[in-house]
Design a protein around this ligand. Structure first.
Ligand code: CUK
Ligand code: CUA
Length: 765
């Protein structure tokens, strides 16, 4: 029995409900005893107090983590580290029906490459949309390293809306990074490859293999990337890595680092040393500096040619127009991070123990004065290191990524080989604190760390190897996100969170109150295109239509606790398209729809319309049902798809009901209904005697309860009509339906009552 039924039956039986006092066992054990039993120290307790979130409590920040190989995004709260959602992005996700309904299949289909479905992604770097360099809470972007793609997630409903495929790259890593007003989303290539979709021998690597950085134009009004207006810089075949967009004084510029500028091509089987040896010979690689603002002006002036449906700026044009420069950077760098004020750029080399701080002021001067130390083999001007560097700081072995604190000049760098976080001052060039973490940290994230005004407070360290942190679960260990308190002078490790869903490369964290997600869609909404669905169906308008397209279209609805239609009849060989609209307005009243053996599985949130199209290849009986425990009579939320053999002729006869009802049954049901109505009246009395109108959540529940009560009234009339004709079979069944609607009304009413009690509603006269 689910909770709502328990509550209703408790009430109907006259027990009432209460929040109950704490149990005795709980109150008897003292804090000291618990500490002793569990071996906890004072420090543990302090850490617990900083993360523990009592029931009903909310988090101050929401973190959006890349789901690595899962191709998803994981949402969790900080400081509680409680996981709130997985968002299906590049990979089907059954709970959300993602990749199972026609609408979301169309989104995944945008990510096809050469017509092939790619149903996974290697997600690396999520990024929020920004306004004036501040996270605006509207969109999240994330990249797929394996198949150079970017996805757009709308944060008004936490759903993936768009996937774009890079027309030039065959591999990428440096995305997604947004410019300060989300003008563009940066995506940089990783492993160089020919832009053309054809075979090019490795012997022609230097001439025909290319790197790139794409600036995807974001159409803020539509909430979509616009491939038509996007442009790509052709770059040398150095393995470009991460990027970051300039801001403040460096606004209009982008920074992209690289490794393997040796342009080494491995080939162990040909007797050559492996990539790893050839790609780490030189002491420095190149930081690429690109001027996107000027590039956009050239595009607007019609001076850039299109290739593969998108603008492509060749290297010689970029050099001629002064859009592209190189600066030596530490060997095999990994991160490039622009300071919140846009004046400095920090790069760390995995094979160098220093973090290098570049000064934008110096870089700009060198560009202005055309002061270069030479050109690379592709003719790109190189700014001398000494003309760009502000300082170098020894931070530890294997520095990777840097995050900025709220305090000026203070940063945190992840140190991969030494497994620690180094806190240091990039203005003064000195180390402030170091904290060991477990183990081999990759990225790290500070609250609102990529914005122009980071909040500091917490840091999450995203660790590559968990080794001894958790109960063993086989050779594949969970990933480990460690929460660190950075509010004081000394960093303090607070909590370990295992994450069993792919390597989390990067996370971004936003103040929770910046997000304003909806609780329901406008009725009949296609959430993937954000338009009214052509298949939207209203209550009472459900129908089955054999369309001109030769498809059997089922226009159906779902509401507690029935699916309309409950019986669908088609003929073997027909294509069936089931469109379901959730009529609910109540918060969290999602219904599911699963159908035997057709790979059909839908999630229908309140207001949403989704479709499932499939071919009924074989004759047979196919039960379907709702997969969410949505109400007491959830198991009865069922139906049958009957696929009849070709030319089947129905035999005469009626459905034989298993049970016959008499007047006594009818009277008994009516008495139950009258009792239930009394309960409803008392709950309504409670609600209306309080200031419930001050609580929008309660107002929505009351509206929904009023709807349900309206349905109850209709069913009541039907039962009375049948009773007056002496048809107690139908009268009893309809009286039962009347009670079903009452139960739903009572359930909603009780939820509203509990909400009011828990939120300190006041009595009104
Ligand atoms: S990440 Cu992609 S390799 Cu350091 Cu940005 Cu893990
Ligand atoms: Cu709807 Cu279960």
């Amino acid at each position: 029995m689910n909770n709502s039924l328990k509550r209703v039956s408790a009430l109907v039986m006259g027990f009432g409900i209460g929040l109950g006092a704490a149990t005795n066992a709980w109150s008897q054990s003292s804090l000291e005893e618990v500490m002793k039993d569990r071996g906890l120290t004072q420090k543990d307790l302090l850490a617990a107090a900083k993360t523990y979130t009592p029931t009903g409590g909310r988090d101050e920040y929401l973190a959006f983590s890349s789901g690595g190989q899962s191709g998803q995004v994981i949402v969790y709260g900080i400081p509680s580290m409680r996981i709130l959602k997985y968002i299906g992005v590049f990979t089907p996700e059954p709970w959300q029906g993602y990749g199972f309904d026609d609408e979301s299949k169309a989104v995944l289909a945008q990510g096809r490459i050469h017509g092939k479905d790619i149903n996974f992604g290697d997600t690396h770097h999520p990024a929020f949309s920004e306004t004036k360099g501040e996270y605006n809470g509207r969109y999240l972007f994330i990249n797929d390293k394996a198949n150079p793609r970017l996805a757009v997630i709308d944060l008004h409903d936490f759903e993936t809306k768009q996937i774009v495929v890079n027309p030039f790259m065959k591999s990428e890593h440096g995305g997604a990074f947004v410019t300060p007003n989300t003008e563009y989303v940066m995506e940089a290539a990783q492993y160089a490859a020919p832009f053309a979709d054809e075979f090019v021998p490795l012997e022609e690597f230097n001439e025909k293999y290319r790197g790139a950085v794409t600036y995807w134009k974001f159409d803020d009004k539509k909430g979509r990337l616009d491939p038509e207006m996007s442009f790509t810089f052709e770059l040398p075949p150095y393995s470009q890595d991460l990027s970051d967009a300039g801001k403040g004084p460096s606004m209009g510029w982008g920074f992209t680092n690289s490794f393997c500028s040796e342009r080494y091509v491995g080939g162990i089987e040909r007797g050559r040393p492996p990539f790893e040896a050839g790609c780490s010979q030189k002491d420095t690689d190149f930081l690429h500096v690109t001027n996107w603002k000027k590039a956009a002006e050239l595009v607007a002036a019609g001076k850039v040619k299109k290739s593969k449906g998108s603008y492509m700026i060749p290297m010689d044009q970029a050099v001629k127009e002064g859009l592209l420069y190189l600066i030596p950077e530490p060997k095999s760098p990994h991160g490039v991070d622009v300071s919140p004020d846009g004046t400095h750029i920090i790069v760390s080399g995995k094979l160098d123990s220093h973090a290098w701080v570049y000064s934008w002021d110096k870089i700009q001067k060198a560009i202005k004065n055309k002061k270069f130390e030479g050109k690379d083999p592709y003719g790109i001007p190189i700014i001398a290191m000494k003309d760009a560097l502000h300082t170098q700081v020894q931070v530890g072995l294997g520095p990777l990524h840097t995050q900025y604190d709220a305090k000026k000049c203070v940063v945190y760098t992840s140190i991969y080989v030494d497994s620690m976080v180094t806190k240091w001052d990039y203005c003064e060039g000195k180390v402030l604190d170091q904290l060991h973490i477990h183990y081999n940290i990759g990225h790290l994230v500070a609250m609102e760390g990529d914005s122009v005004s980071p909040d500091g407070k917490y840091l999450v360290s995203l660790n590559k190897l968990a080794i001894d942190r958790f109960n063993p679960v086989g050779p594949l260990h969970p990933q480990n996100h460690q929460l660190i308190d950075i509010s004081g002078d000394k960093m303090q490790l607070l909590y370990d969170m295992p994450l069993p869903l792919g390597e989390p490369h990067y996370v971004v964290a936003i103040k929770a109150d910046k997000l304003k997600p909806v609780v329901r869609y406008k009725s009949g909404w296609d959430s993937r295109t954000d338009t009214k669905s052509p298949y939207k169906t209203r209550a009472g308008r459900e129908k089955v239509v054999r369309g001109e397209d030769g498809v059997v279209h089922v226009y159906g609805t779902v509401i507690r606790s029935h699916i309309t239609p409950e019986i669908i009849e088609v003929e073997e060989g027909e294509t069936v398209s089931i469109h379901l609209t959730n009529l609910e307005r109540a918060e969290d009243e999602t219904h599911g729809f699963a159908l035997y053996s057709q790979n059909v599985n839908l999630s229908i949130e309140p207001g949403k319309t989704v479709s499932a199209t499939f071919k009924a290849e074989r004759a047979g009986v196919f039960p379907y049902y709702c997969t969410e425990f949505c109400s007491a009579l959830h198991l009865e939320m069922q139906g049958y798809l009957l696929v009849k053999p070709k030319g089947y002729v129905a035999k005469a006869g009626k459905i034989q009901e298993g049970t016959k009802y008499t007047q006594a049954d009818y009277d008994k049901q009516v008495k139950t209904n009258v009792d239930t109505q009394a309960v409803i009246n008392s709950v309504v009395g409670f609600i209306t005697s309080h200031n419930y109108k001050d609580f929008p959540e309660v107002v929505a529940l009351v509206e929904d309860a009023t709807d349900q009560l309206g349905f109850a009234e209709e069913a009541k009339k039907k039962s009375e009509t049948f009773a007056s004709k002496g048809d107690y079979q139908n009268a009893t069944l309809w009286a039962g339906q009347w009670w079903q609607y009452q139960v739903k009304t009572a359930d909603l009413g009780l939820r509203a009552k509990t909400f009011l009690e828990e939120h300190g509603a006041k009595k009104v006269k």
